[in-house]
Write a new protein. Structure first.
Length: 406
């Protein structure tokens, strides 16, 4: 049996490579001779820059910049050379990610993307030809206003005094946006952004309402943030003549997508389309008997362009069954059956604190992966004993059909 494992990371716990290592270890506990291919999969969030640089043989450049709560932090961006061009890779999560916001400071009204702008400037300073930015796992919801300030944009109040935007909550104080001092080098460079194409800045499915609570916002703060981003979108349309309100990807990383389009001239792309230029998983999936993927939380949001749903979409083209192991199973998890995920299991073995669950995650991923393979083997044994093929949807047939468990 050939098993292909394509996990994403478990947010704030393990990156994709660490999850992949635990899954492979669990598989080898069961049978060492099994044909296993493991492909850690990035989605623009944690691990994005390091993974791309590793693939391309580039280097990481470390810089001290402003973190999401305003304190100075040491972070990095990557640079690699392709076809004679120097390309910078910036990972939003490494400079303004949720992991960098202490639990007691989680309030998206007061977190900033300023450091992202500082990294863009650092990339421009070393003369790169283009910039690739990964959006995901953010700890901010300032619409990219902090990033824009670092690039030279000024946000003015009613007295035309410059404001400091320390978070999304400050956007309501802005009366005018002045781009006079915006770094002119941005005109001569391409900036491509890998983001969740489903995330939009405003509306009922806007970034404040969908992701605000995950970043620590109360119900009242979600409404305040939603109002602030609606107002911000109107200002951008008025000054920049760009409508970012419902632009696909505009809500990525707390609205950083909108800010990058409006002020840096960036182009937004579905993150999976960008990432597949670096990591080719189609052939691996096509030749698999079963695919096992993984994600920290499985719920209704998984459908919206997250790695398990994208893996399942490809697998269904090749009639390959897909199983996901996950840390938690949330609301709407069953909806993922509709996109091609055939079964899901939680690694969690007992009631436990989040801190302890995160500590035990590698061990539990190993054990869950081994259990999945044992269950598959039981099904194979039953099918062989009965002399039939078992359809993963529950039926059975005496014929040989690709995609059915043999």
């Amino acid at each position: 049996m050939r098993v292909v494992m394509i996990p994403s990371g478990f947010k704030e716990c393990l990156d994709a490579e660490e999850v992949a290592a635990a899954m492979e270890k669990g598989a080898r506990h069961f049978v060492r001779s099994m044909d296993i291919e493991v492909i850690p999969m990035i989605d623009g969030g944690e691990g994005f820059a390091k993974a791309i640089i590793k693939i391309k043989g580039g280097e990481l450049i470390y810089k001290e910049v402003t973190g999401p709560i305003g304190e100075r932090i040491l972070t990095y961006f990557g640079v690699f050379v392709e076809n004679g061009k120097r390309i910078a890779v910036i990972e939003m999560a490494a400079v303004a990610g949720l992991k960098l916001v202490p639990f007691h400071r989680r309030n998206p009204l007061k977190t900033t993307s300023y450091g992202v702008g500082e990294l863009i400037l650092s990339a421009l300073d070393i003369g790169v030809d283009s910039i690739l930015i990964g959006c995901g796992d953010s700890g901010t919801s300032d619409g990219g206003a902090g990033m824009a300030q670092a690039l030279g944009v000024q946000f003015l109040d009613k007295e035309h005094q410059a404001l400091t935007i320390n978070g999304g909550g400050d956007l309501l104080e802005v009366d005018f946006i002045d781009t006079t001092n915006l770094d002119q080098r941005l005109r001569n460079i391409n900036i491509d952004v890998a983001c969740n194409w489903q995330n939009v800045l405003c509306g009922e499915k806007g970034v404040a309402r969908v992701f605000g609570p995950q970043k620590g916002a109360t119900k009242e703060q979600v409404e305040q943030l939603s109002l602030a981003l609606e107002y911000y979108a109107l200002l951008i349309q008025e000054v920049m003549k760009i409508d970012v309100r419902s632009l696909p990807g505009s809500g990525a990383s707390g609205g950083l997508g909108a800010g990058l389009v409006a002020f840096a001239g960036a182009a937004l792309y579905p993150r999976f389309d960008i990432i597949r230029n670096f990591i080719n998983i189609e052939q691996a999936i096509a030749t698999a008997d079963v695919v096992i993927t993984a994600e920290g939380s499985l719920d209704f949001q998984t459908l919206n362009g997250k790695i398990p749903s994208e893996v399942a979409r490809i697998a269904k083209k090749h009639n390959v069954p897909v199983i996901i192991i996950t840390g938690t199973i949330g609301n709407g998890a069953n909806l993922n059956y509709n996109v091609g995920i055939d079964a899901f299991l939680s690694i969690t073995q007992k009631p436990i604190s989040l801190k302890e669950a995160m500590r035990k995650a590698p061990q539990w991923i190993e054990e869950c992966t081994e259990s999945v393979l044992r269950q598959i083997t039981i099904g194979l044994h039953i099918a062989e004993k009965k002399g039939t093929l078992i359809d993963i949807q529950g039926g059975r047939t005496p014929e040989t059909i690709n995609g059915y468990i043999r």
